[in-house]
Write a protein that binds this ligand. Sequence first.
Ligand code: ADP
Ligand code: MG
Length: 401
Amino acid sequence: MTKFKTLDDLGDLTGKVVLVRVDLNLPMDGVRVTDDTRVRASAPTILELADKGAKVLLLAHFGRPKGEKVSTMSVSMTLDAVQAVLGREVMFVPEIAGPVVAQSIGILQPGDIALLENTRFWKGEEANDPELAKAIAANADLYVNDAFSAAHRAHVSTEGLAHLLPSYAGRSMEAELKALEAALGQPERPVAAVVGGAKVSSKLDVLTHLVTKVDHLIIGGGMANTFLAARGVNVGKSLCEHELAPTCEAILASADKAGCTVHLPYDVVVAKEFAANPPSLRTCNVHEVAADEMILDIGPQATEALADVLKTCKTLVWNGPLGAFETPPFDAATVALAKSAAALTKEGALVSVAGGGDTVAALAHAGAAQDFTYISTAGGAFLEWMEGKALPGVTALEQAQ
Ligand code: ADP
Ligand code: MG
């Protein structure tokens, strides 16, 4: 298990100033926040620190202002949503360091919460500038990182501060790291990985890493087409990266060497046009795809066989839908396998961890998300973790020990 301090290591914090890195990069419809999931994820950490008597200063980025003060990217746009989720008043401070922050801290009472401005308004943030880190740390006593989703970045607010202040993982960070550790760190075997989505090229490092870690690699989505083509299957006009055939062969060879069984579909759902319930829709063996057809989902027989594979496994990690799930009926395989995984998890037979923007949407669409052991909403950080990379924000917390 990775070692880092958590809020359990903190006692009474009366009057202590705690910087908390949270994820407030919330989706907006222009003026209003449309999804407050990320705020809800960090609410337990924020409230726990406030209830221990700390003066809580929230640090977050919002959009990509690239070191400029862009008024439409002020993190104050999220203030109403933050206050609504926390059920407390939050003071907005239009700076992240210096005397304005110091004065605000003077006004705050123990247990009060303030939201500091968008960290990315300052060029030093993304450059991990030690001077900016020092200036921010000068106003605070402790640092808590609760933004796993930003942990793949070595920025001041995600990494630099951990070297300057006593540092702790927040509750959401802690839960994420524990779930990921259970899935790929020290998992119960056998382990299955589902990797789907559009392109092999976007997940090459994921595949290369997983074949050395898991017992079963299930490949679906557009990337299955590329693997099938590499094996000499005619995939018609399917989404396919033909030029990656040698790469696919290398991945299959290293899977073989590592004792990892790779599962490619043997039946598929095809159509001549990409539309909802198209008249040309049919299911066929992978060797029967016509030149003018495209593979848009894996077939029912393959899906059933994959569900049987999951029954033999103790751990599942899933990234990427098995088909073009946004368009019916090409969601069928993803929905069916997600339901199987959810049922096995509910029975206590499987630890299931999933992540990725479209994957989270697909599992929610399947009605399976709430039964998975853990769903990561951290897109980029989750993928880098699946690639086996060390995440700078996490490493810094471990070094802060
Ligand atoms: P995630 O965001 O979970 O990492 P990706 O972005 O890699 O997932 O892939 C999701 C996309 O892959 C979806 O938009 C889906 O429609 C598409 N996709 C899956 N299978 C196919 C297919 N056979 N043909 C075309 N697109 C596909
Ligand atoms: Mg995606």
